[in-house]
Design a protein. Structure first.
Length: 229
């Protein structure tokens, strides 16, 4: 929808941009519904419930916006510290080769340092955001999902190495698929279909993946309670 709006008049932009926003919001909501179902040992995709998807979607959008805002602020501050020109993160990632060339010729050393530091920032923030989303799906409370101490306890229970390994697999899978998405214009007529298929794969991997990880936390937590009893 955004792509269609970009190539049309203001009238179409006013129609399709809001539609794309609400569709994205609803998809976030259904994604959390899938995560919730996986946490509860679900084997099939859950039934779409309008109210549940809307409420989850609003909360997930707020959470993702806050994490994205924090990430954007840190990366902007980082680029200034390394004396690099301002950039739009989404554009920079979707035009990675051109971005790297620009930064490299600007200052090769600063560019390399910036890339390493920005990858670390993005990785760490997403590292905690995924658990926050899982907690939101499990309990439904927005403020509770931001509780850093409880997030740490979740990861302690899962195991930091184990969670890091599983989380990294999810992120690498998403990154590979995302870069495939940027190159599908090579397929011409089928590009939009392939774009949709890859987008759905990314969607499934993320929300099923975080649900499966958080389910391990629930299982280990229950075992600990039984041992104490």
């Amino acid at each position: 929808m955004n792509g269609y709006a970009d190539t049309h008049t203001i009238k179409y932009k006013l129609i399709f941009y809001p539609m794309a926003f609400f569709v994205t919001l609803f998809m976030y909501g259904y994604g959390l519904a899938i995560t919730k179902d996986i946490i509860r040992n679900g084997k099939k995709l859950p039934i779409i419930k309008i109210k549940q998807c809307t409420v989850f979607g609003i909360k997930a959008s707020i959470m993702i916006f806050i994490y994205t805002l924090l990430e954007g602020f840190l990366l902007y501050d980082l680029s200034n510290r390394f004396y690099l020109p301002e950039f739009h993160l989404r554009f920079a990632l979707s035009h990675l080769i051109e971005t790297l060339k620009l930064y490299y010729w600007h200052n090769p050393i600063s560019t390399i340092e910036f890339i390493i530091a920005s990858i670390m920032i993005t990785y760490i923030l997403a590292f905690f955001m995924e658990i926050s989303l899982a907690r939101l799906a499990d309990g439904g409370r927005l403020l509770g999902a931001f509780n850093i101490l409880k997030i740490k306890r979740c990861i302690d229970t899962i195991g930091w190495r184990h969670y890091t390994a599983d989380y990294t697999k999810i992120m690498l899978s998403i990154a590979i698929l995302a870069y495939l998405q940027f190159g599908i214009d090579l397929f011409g007529f089928f590009s939009e279909i392939l774009d949709l298929i890859i987008g759905l794969l990314i969607f499934i991997i993320e929300f099923i993946g975080i649900g499966a990880i958080y389910r391990e936390y629930k299982i280990k937590k229950e075992k600990r309670v039984i041992k104490i009893d």
